[in-house]
Structures are given as C-alpha cells and as structure tokens.
Design a protein around this ligand. Structure first.
Ligand SMILES: Nc1ncnc2c1ncn2[C@@H]1O[C@H](COP(=O)(O)OP(=O)(O)OP(=O)(O)O)[C@@H](O)[C@H]1O
Length: 262
C-alpha cells in the first residue's frame, strides 16, 4: 500500500501508489471541528492510498485522528477539504442519499460493539445490507459467507443467544455479504477476550487472503495490528510513520519512537 517501492512521491501525485490498485485514496484530506479559538484540526493534509486486497491497521495515540480518518475514509463524515476516492468514486461528488446507498452497497463496517439488531435472527442480520439495497438474497452466497465465518448452525439464533465472539462473526459476515470495496473495522476486538480476539483477527486475515477483501482496522493493540500487512501511525492528524510486515516488537518500537519525537 501507499508507496510503490522505490518510487518517491511527486507533486500532484502525493501518494505514489498505482491508482488502479488503490481501494481507498485520500488526497490532501483535512478535517476540522469547530471554529475560531475552538477549532481542532483532527486530520491535517493526509494523503494516503490503501491497496486493494490489503489488511491495514491505523494506530496512534489517543486524539491522533484515527476515528476521524476512518469516518472520512468510509464516507461517514465529510472532510473539510481534500478528496476521498473509494473504488474509483469521489465521495465528495455524492449527495447524502447517494452516499448512504454507496455505504450500504460498497462499504462494510465492523464495530467494537457489534451493532447487531437484537430482534433479528443471525441470518436476518447478515442479509440486512442486501435487503436495504433491494438486492436479492442468494441462498448459496449467504451459506458460503456464514460457513466462511464459522456460523453454520446458528442462523436461527438472535444476537443475545450468542457469545461476543460469535456476535462479531455475525457482524463480519454482514460486512462481507455485499463483497464491499473495503471493510472498515473500528476496534473490532476491543470487547473480546484475547483468545476470541485472535480468532476474529484470523477471520479478518482470511477475508483478505482468501476472499481478496480490503480491510482497514483502527486499533490500539499491537497484538491485533500484527495480523495486518502494514500499520499506519497517526500523530496530531498526520500520517507520521508506517510499519510493513508488522510484528509486536516492531510496532512497539515505532510507537516508542513516535513518543520520543513528540
Ligand atoms: N465531533 C467532534 N467535535 C470536536 N472535536 C472533535 C470531534 N471529534 C473528534 N474531535 C477531536 O479531533 C481530534 C481527533 O479525534 P479522534 O476521535 O479522531 O482521535 P482518535 O485517535 O480516534 O482518539 P481515541 O484513540 O481517543 O479514540 C481530537 O482532538 C478530538 O478531540
């Protein structure tokens, strides 16, 4: 992701990634909250590309802009300036209705709190994005996805009848069902015990490796981030560092270096 090896960024092409390989591409994105003395620059001129079929972790200290990055990249919020392209679509060109439809059909979301609808069965939760998009629910696709996430046999249950790890599997299946351009995951293992968290991260890894999905995950946890292909470190709203082929020691080292320079 980001820079093709050996290629330096050039003016007008701040990212240096082959655009045909970018699933998400932010160009000079700034996000400000408030005005005047109360103004906060949560993202500060961020240019970054995420290659299709990659697994990326976004890390950084509290308040560094991780959630804002995720919200802007996923079309949940609009940048103050700059452009976000997802699957070739400039999100700034879409009105609110179009953007909502785009999110439903082209983007998958996985949250720490699972965000399942309690009154729906597992199967109904998983197929909800298809029904919201007026798309047909093909039986083979539903069963393929539920088997891939290990939920076979649980389709008739309701979320309250599942463990936390099983609920997160439902959320991941729901994110996968539309085969989105990108799945954005916000602390997806934050509410899980370490063993269950490992299972969920392995599942996200398989979504990338076997199903060729693109996953962007915000996390505080180096143990979670080591499952990814690259870690992007944010500080004060800027991308300050990147760790390829991350391991826990390499991530901790990069974070320690970041703390020393702040
Ligand atoms: N709606 C908002 N209004 C005003 N300021 C905001 C708003 N949302 C975020 N901020 C500010 O923007 C900055 C970045 O916040 P953000 O939530 O993106 O950081 P974060 O890295 O996700 O933090 P954390 O790890 O604590 O969740 C912070 O200074 C925060 O206070």
């Amino acid at each position: 992701m980001f820079r093709v090896r050996g290629r330096e960024p050039v003016p007008g092409d701040p990212i240096g990634i082959d655009p045909t390989r970018a699933a998400v591409r932010l160009t000079q994105v700034t996000k400000e909250y408030g005005r005047g003395p109360a103004k906060v620059t949560a993202l500060d001129d961020v240019s970054i590309g995420v290659a299709a079929g990659s697994f990326t972790a976004v890390m950084g200290p509290s308040g560094s802009g991780k959630s804002t990055f995720l919200h802007c990249a996923a079309g949940l919020d609009r940048p103050t300036s700059g452009t976000v392209r997802l699957g070739g679509q400039d999100l700034g060109e879409l009105n609110e209705t179009q953007l909502t439809r785009f999110r439903r059909t082209r983007i998958g979301f996985v949250f720490q709190a699972f965000n399942l609808l309690p009154s729906l069965t597992v199967e109904q939760n998983i197929t909800l994005p298809l029904r919201l998009a007026d798309a047909g629910t093909d039986h083979d696709t539903v069963h393929g996805v539920t088997a891939a996430v290990g939920l076979t046999g649980l389709l008739g249950r309701r979320p309250a009848e599942l463990s936390g790890g099983q609920q997160q599997r439902v959320a991941i299946a729901r994110a996968l069902i539309t085969r989105p351009e990108v799945i954005f995951a916000d602390e997806p293992t934050g509410a899980l015990d370490p063993d269950t968290a490992e299972d969920i991260l392995a599942l996200l890894r398989r979504a990338v490796t076997d199903l060729h999905q693109t996953v962007v995950m915000v996390t505080h946890d180096p143990a979670a981030a080591q499952h990814t292909d690259q870690v992007v470190l944010l500080a004060s709203g800027r991308v300050v560092s990147r760790v390829d082929a991350p391991s826990v020691p390499r991530i901790k080292d990069a974070m320690a270096r970041l703390r020393r320079t702040r």
